[in-house]
Design a protein around this ligand. Structure first.
Ligand code: TRP
Length: 397
């Protein structure tokens, strides 16, 4: 562990902005955040070595930890894993599913094992919702995870409360090295002891691929607000004599909410595009709510041009929905020139997003009974036993 990485450093909050897993406020300075968190910007060389994907190529994922270790394993065909989880606090939005599609690409290109943990415990503790409500979200979210189209041979989906037989004993072992001071330094104050314990659970998620299948580079693609969880896990993994290496991270910027910069929230009132929205709803939502970089009047726009850097429909195309760099550049140029209008740019984004959602929704609709569909993705008895034994907490009876 480098000294800049210490988890006992103060959490990322100062006069300008705050970023913790439970609070994002102010205008986020992404570069400053890396200094505070002790993570590294992605180099051009690293970007070039990744399986090609717009989220990496255009640096929505812009930083990381131990990325080279992961890339080496991916390149040489050695075992390597990706962990990308979901907190089921509500229906999933476009922004939530993009890392899952990135993980699918990594799996298809280099055979990465993918773990998708669902932290229903965390969301019960962090949000003012009943277990019934969280459970309902979890079931719907699971359908979306399944609709992404992971390879069941190489993918495991874990639900904290449903897979507690394996998650809980390992979390307890890891919690033995997690002090309240560390938790508070990293996350700020938590309301309950439940949330104080939760970092041990998420640390468990990040180590599971290695506990099940042996030491291997593990990459965690997450929005940068989740980095504290990775830091805690790395710290705890180093203190424990476990046969694992520290998980690496691929850290992402927040996707702007439809109404402009900031974090897309599933629990707030801000309008957003849900994965189950039909094409009319998507079109209506974007036409009515999407923040544009256009000018106040048509004449002014034609004359002075728009600003793609703040235009949310353009940003959606850039993040994910326009894979071709030349086409994207042409769209940006036309917009800056005033040849392309905000309304036209919106229609372009609507078309791409509805195409993407149509495919996702088709796969979702093809799913049958959830428990049956989930079965091939669940940890096998053998895998459970191995994880517990490797973690040094063999089953009692
Ligand atoms: N805590 C994450 C959230 O609130 C969800 C999550 C749980 C997760 N386990 C994870 C994310 C492991 C990445 C890796 O969204």
């Amino acid at each position: 562990m480098t000294d800049t990485e210490s988890t006992t450093e103060s959490h990322a909050t100062d006069a300008d902005f705050t970023v913790t897993p439970y609070a994002v406020a102010g205008e986020v300075d992404y570069e400053k955040l890396l200094e505070r968190f002790g993570a590294d910007p992605l180099t051009d060389e690293q970007v070039a070595r990744f399986p090609d994907h717009p989220l990496v190529r255009r640096r929505t994922f812009y930083a990381g930890r131990d990325v080279d270790r992961y890339l080496e394993a991916a390149e040489s065909g050695d075992p390597h894993a990706v962990v990308t989880g979901r907190g089921p606090s509500g229906p999933m939005h476009l922004g939530h599913v993009l890392p899952l599609y990135l993980a699918r690409r990594l799996q298809r290109e280099t055979g990465a094992t993918v773990y998708v943990p669902l932290s229903d415990d965390e969301k019960f503790l962090a949000k003012d919702q009943s277990f019934e409500a969280i459970g309902e979200h979890a079931r719907e979210n699971l359908r979306d995870v399944l609709a992404v189209g992971f390879d069941p041979e190489r993918t495991r989906i874990v639900v904290d409360t449903a897979d507690a037989d394996v998650v809980y004993p390992i979390a307890v072992r890891l919690a033995n090295h997690l002090t309240p001071a560390t938790v508070e330094a990293v996350y700020g104050e938590t309301d309950t002891v439940g949330l104080q314990f939760y970092p041990a659970v998420q640390a468990t998620h990040l180590l599971l691929p290695q506990l099940v299948a042996g030491r291997q580079p593990t990459l965690v693609p997450i929005a940068v607000d989740q980095d504290p969880h990775v830091r805690v896990c790395r710290d705890v993994a180093a203190k424990e004599a476990l046969p694992v290496e520290k998980p690496g991270a691929l850290l992402g910027r927040f996707l702007p909410s439809l109404e402009g910069p900031g974090k897309m929230s599933s629990s707030g009132d801000a309008p957003s595009i849900e994965l189950t929205d039909d094409p009319e709803t998507v079109a209506e939502t974007i036409r009515r709510h999407a923040y544009t970089g256009g000018r106040a009047s048509l004449e002014e726009h034609r004359e002075r041009g728009g600003d793609p850097t703040v235009d949310v429909p353009f940003q959606y195309l850039r993040f994910f929905f326009e894979p071709d760099d030349d086409d994207l550049e042409r769209i940006a140029a036309d917009y800056r020139e005033g040849d392309l209008l905000s309304g036209e740019l919106k229609e372009l984004a609507i078309e791409r997003i509805t195409d993407f959602l149509a495919d996702h929704q088709r796969r979702r609709a093809d799913l049958g009974d959830l428990a049956v569909e989930l079965e091939p993705y669940r940890l096998t008895d053998d895998e459970r036993r191995r994880a517990l034994e490797t973690a040094g907490v063999p089953r009692v009876p």
